[in-house]
Write a protein that binds this ligand. Structure first.
Ligand code: HAM
Length: 421
């Protein structure tokens, strides 16, 4: 007997769930298009090398990878950013930078299954490539905020928690952690909320940091005030960039969304500047969305240095959040007409009326169950159709059908020619 359940960690989408998914995708797509982003896509299969990174990123250990029949190491994509970098590198010379692109790929990660984490998810990605100035961060964050608001989340219900990797790098440099260790240390710091403090200390010391340095690092990270950090750090580039970004967002009318949070690191080693995530003000959930600036990913793939900033916004957490808040939209099936014949010889005329109405833009289904009147009317109600077209022999003999308004429960005969003209 074949296992009828979907593969562990993956989902099936029945029509009702599909309507919800499409609703979310439509918000993502229209927010992106309205903000001047263009859609792109790539294949779900990629070369495994694209995801192997030295810094020990969790994602490299979560690959659904395999060898194909010709011995190539391939992987299902766990994220879209490396594919985007690959596309940009392919056409580096002909693209007119900066580019603003978005995509809504399905991604696969062999994750430990916890709330908000599955082995497959859809992830809206929006990225600006070729813009070194923080105005790219501002545009990206404004897009993110507009999409959250279109989903019905208000300013009081979500925040963008933001930090800058340059602040974290400045702290590490100040306590004499060698630069080549920074990415590895940051990937470990991202686990701060998920593992015990003893385990964290042990992992940090394993990188070569001394107990004293770990203590100094913890002290820096307990400081939650941007002004204090500015006074205590010798390299304040990151702090200054964050101040300017926040000022720019205020001027753009988006004040109050951004919250500085030193604990935001994000687990991907390629981030080089701002890093951010969206969550409820109390940070009740897994990150709804995560992103940041990654100015050296393209050069790591062997190309020139191209500045880039973007985010990935998964479907799983946000739908959990909206469900918990009782904010799922009503999404009934949309049908203008259901056409109901009562005998086999009426099938032809039912199909003809359906085709004519569809040509005029109506959404039309035919109910060919040939059941008794009562049962068919129940099905018509359940179908969500606004009107039923009943093919009774008497009316058909006069080239007419009966149209029943399913909401008003009123019906009247109408000439077929009038209906489809
Ligand atoms: P990420 O932080 O790994 O970033 O993931 C971004 C978002 O994808 C998360 O905040 C979450 O909404 C969703 N997500 C990730 N893994 C899972 C999972 N196993 N189950 C459900 N949802 C998940 C990236 O992937 C970066 N490539 C984003 C990016 C684009 N940065 C710059 N541009």
């Amino acid at each position: 007997m074949i296992d009828l359940q979907p593969v562990k960690g993956t989902r099936d989408f029945f029509p009702e769930e599909m309507r919800l998914r499409n609703w979310l995708f439509e918000i993502w797509r229209s927010a992106s298009v309205q903000a001047g982003f263009e859609e792109y896509d790539t294949c779900v299969l990629e070369h495994e090398d694209l995801y192997i990174r030295k810094a020990g990123d969790e994602i490299s250990k979560q690959l659904f990878s395999f060898e194909d029949k010709s011995g190539r190491r391939l992987s299902l994509r766990p994220e879209m950013t490396p594919s985007l970098a690959r596309l940009v590198l392919q056409h580096n010379k002909s693209l007119s930078f900066p580019i603003k692109w978005f995509s809504m790929p399905q991604c696969f990660r062999y994750e430990r299954m916890t709330k908000g984490r599955r082995r497959e998810h859809f992830q809206w990605n929006a990225d600006i490539i070729g813009q070194p100035h923080i105005l790219a961060e501002a545009e990206i964050l404004m897009l993110l905020i507009s999409a959250c608001e279109s989903m019905g989340l208000t300013k009081k219900e979500f925040n963008v928690f933001i930090n800058d990797r340059r602040i974290l790098n400045a702290i590490l440099s100040q306590i004499n952690v060698p630069e080549e260790l920074h990415s590895t240390v940051l990937v470990i710091l991202d686990k701060r909320d998920k593992i015990s403090s003893e385990a964290l200390v042990a992992m940090l010391e394993d990188t070569g940091m001394s107990a004293k340095q770990v203590g100094q690092l913890n002290e820096f990270l307990s400081n939650t005030d941007l002004k204090d950090l500015e006074e205590n750090l010798s390299d304040t580039t990151g702090v200054e960039q964050l101040h300017s970004l926040m000022d720019m967002m205020d001027t753009a009318g988006c004040s109050g969304y951004l919250k500085f949070d030193i604990s935001i690191v994000r687990g991907l080693s390629y981030y080089t500047g701002a890093v951010f995530e969206v969550n409820s003000p109390e940070k009740k959930h897994r990150a709804i969305c995560g992103g940041g600036r990654y100015d050296s990913l393209l050069s790591a793939f062997g190309g020139e240095t191209v500045p880039a900033v973007g985010f990935g916004f998964g479907d799983v957490v946000v739908l959990d959040v909206l469900k918990e808040m009782g904010r799922f939209p009503e999404l009934p099936r949309k049908l203008d007409y259901t056409i109901i014949p009562f005998a086999n010889e009426q099938v032809g005329i039912a199909l003809k009326i359906a085709a004519e109405l569809r040509m005029r833009g109506s959404v039309v289904d035919c109910n060919f169950s040939m059941k008794k009147m009562k049962k068919t009317m129940r099905q018509a109600n359940e179908s969500g159709a606004a009107k039923a077209i009943l093919l009774f022999p008497e009316e058909l003999a006069e080239d007419k059908v009966v149209i029943r308004d399913m909401i008003l429960h009123e019906q009247k005969p109408v000439k077929i020619a009038d209906l489809i003209s």
